[in-house]
Design a protein around this ligand. Structure first.
Ligand SMILES: Nc1ncnc2c1ncn2[C@@H]1O[C@H](COP(=O)(O)OP(=O)(O)OP(=O)(O)O)[C@@H](O)[C@H]1O
Length: 204
């Protein structure tokens, strides 16, 4: 199980532009880190680099499990979930088909997908096609994946932006539970995270 992620002296370049350099960051079991910074600072890019979708121009991203260092590929394939701005849901599937497909793809079961749907208050929406859901409802389907196939590290890109107040509170409680169980959260945010966290400014 993934227990720690360390980022050392990281630089990211997109196109012609250096977004930031010399970034150091560590997230350990039970810890949440909020990434803040102006629009375009590189928060999303950093999350994508941690997920292995962008190659840093300099620096190291390393992962440790309970028994020591993990291969990055293994850590990423079993140890993390990325929930981005675009939710990553197929619009013509029903919410349930999409949640079940994604849960199974990442090692979850039908029972865990059902439970995740209930915990994200999706039971009444499961028969609807994704394209018929509101932005907040779609985001809750995307967030349900975090529970349907549990992984230690949640990489979240403005996870609560489209959620109403009640569902923000509900997701805050789910994040707190994940942290109590030894999970980790690394989240790009413009609003405060509703759990105790360290704050790292990107591109400051
Ligand atoms: N494929 C790309 N090619 C070139 N530049 C890109 C590419 N993708 C993103 N960028 C640029 O990289 C910069 C960082 O973008 P990123 O989405 O990481 O910022 P952010 O801190 O998450 O911003 P926001 O707060 O607006 O979500 C932006 O200036 C963006 O235009």
């Amino acid at each position: 199980m993934l227990r720690t992620i360390r980022i050392k002296d990281l630089s990211l370049v997109r196109g012609e532009r250096r977004l930031f350099s010399g970034l150091d960051l560590q997230v350990s079991a039970g810890q949440a880190v909020a990434l803040t910074g102006r629009n375009g600072a590189g928060k999303t890019s950093l999350l994508r680099a941690v997920a292995g979708l962008l190659r840093p121009s300099e620096g190291i991203i390393s992962f440790d499990g309970e028994a020591g260092p993990l291969e990055a590929e293994v850590a990423r394939s079993d140890g993390l979930h990325l929930v981005g701005h675009h939710d990553g849901l197929k619009s013509t599937r029903s919410a349930w088909e999409e949640l079940l497909f994604q849960a199974r793809w990442t090692g979850g079961s039908e029972a865990s997908a059902r439970d995740a749907a209930t915990r994200l208050d999706l039971d009444r929406l499961l028969e609807l096609e994704v394209r018929r859901l509101s932005a907040g409802q779609r985001r809750r389907v995307a967030l349900a994946r975090l529970l349907a196939s549990p992984r230690s590290l949640w990489l979240l890109d403005e996870p609560m932006a489209p959620l109403d107040a009640g569902h923000r509170e509900g997701f805050g409680a789910l994040m707190a539970e994940h942290l109590r169980g030894g999970g980790m959260v690394l989240a790009a945010v413009h609003d405060p995270l509703p759990v105790p966290c360290d704050v790292v400014e990107v591109g400051g």
